[in-house]
Design a protein around this ligand. Sequence first.
Ligand SMILES: CC(=O)N[C@H]1[C@@H](OP(=O)(O)OP(=O)(O)OC[C@H]2O[C@@H](n3ccc(=O)[nH]c3=O)[C@H](O)[C@@H]2O)O[C@H](CO)[C@@H](O)[C@@H]1O
Ligand SMILES: C=C(OP(=O)(O)O)C(=O)O
Length: 416
Amino acid sequence: MEAFEVTGGRPLHGTTMIYGAKNAALPILAATVMAEDVCVIEGVPRLQDVRVMVEILRTLGATVDWQEDRLVIDPSHIHSTDVPSDLMRQMRSSIFLMGPLLARFGEVRVSRPGGCVIGQRPIDYHLRGMKELGAKVEEAHGYVRCSANRLYGGHISLDFPSVGATENLMMAAAYADGTTVLENVAREPEIVDLAVFLQKCGAKIEGAGEDRIVITGVHHLGGATHRIIPDRIVAGTIMIAAAATEGDVTLEGVVPSHLGATILKLRETGVQVTIDRDIIRVNSMSPRRAVDIRTAPFPGFPTDLQAPAMALLTTVNGTSVIRESVFEARFKHVNELARMGADIGVDLQTAVIRGVNRLTGADVEASDLRGGAALVVAGLMAEGKTRIEGLHHIDRGYQQLETMLRDLGADIVRID
Ligand SMILES: CC(=O)N[C@H]1[C@@H](OP(=O)(O)OP(=O)(O)OC[C@H]2O[C@@H](n3ccc(=O)[nH]c3=O)[C@H](O)[C@@H]2O)O[C@H](CO)[C@@H](O)[C@@H]1O
Ligand SMILES: C=C(OP(=O)(O)O)C(=O)O
């Protein structure tokens, strides 16, 4: 079994370039099945989830070729609308095939998606939305089949601004007859990126990035060339790791406005963060302070950075409180951080972190993607050696995290 071996205590120093966002690339790759011509998607990160999405597209009949960091996708020979359940199980983002396949081909068959186990993660908003657009939804034997001769514009208001449901419904509505109004939708930058890609293909979408999106359906989407936005969660993870190791790191190729809440919180802890166009520098030479964090949909503090932020807070002076308001079970990293000497109490969705003098290296296991990243941050801070198992979770969302960190001076190796 693969593991990371991290010897802590080395401040991160240097410059790193941030690659394309997993959470933007995955819905955009799924959306290419709606195009009638070749699409070129640039800046695609080489991650496990992307490999699974490529395999799904190929299984459906698309031609997909890697050219450096580019994916060239020809969807013109898609012959199946049935996403195999072994691929569905491998990641949450497989659900993004539902809207595009249904809209373009009139039917889709999927099973419940897999992904990080951080809560129940139902797909009821997705299904209710598809029904609102005129689809027949049948669930049996663990499969969901949606069908419709044509989808029709509708008025849908989400109970919670779900990122995935916003994206799935926006894609479906792009190909429906008439106008769709989506309300109480998510405003994440990845939603804007998906809308920009769809617009390049010919879709008519207004309001992406706000809480109300209006889509006027079209009957043809062409191909397009599109570059994926930089990964704000990877950037945030590196910023937190720099702060946690009292380092000095410059990130290039970022969009600082995507990281507003993260920058504010880091500054509140006493870390110096400077911004110059698409460059962020994190300098953390002085002692840090405890802070309280509440995760929330964008522009709030991202739930995907909750675990790495918790690792950082384990050794700051005072007591920090983290409230996880997006997912009901996203504290699995707490027990592993405790093995390393962290003092954290959890009550439902609230964690109270009492700062300790230092963490000590231990054998720990990642049980989800960002929880895994938190253990890496903790390992970089800890005295001695930390061995982190469960790398398949981390590899879902970080492109060779160990190489990126080693280039910044960390002592981290992947061992078998
Ligand atoms: C591939 C991708 O982009 N993943 C991101 C996406 O996940 P994902 O799109 O799965 O997250 P959602 O925004 O949909 O989930 C938010 C909350 O809504 C609930 N919910 C969602 C859909 C639904 O049909 N019913 C329902 O109850 C979920 O259980 C959760 O409690 O947004 C999350 C919240 O920012 C991030 O942590 C994930 O990294
Ligand atoms: C939870 C995440 O991913 P997914 O939605 O793909 O499980 C994540 O990226 O942190």
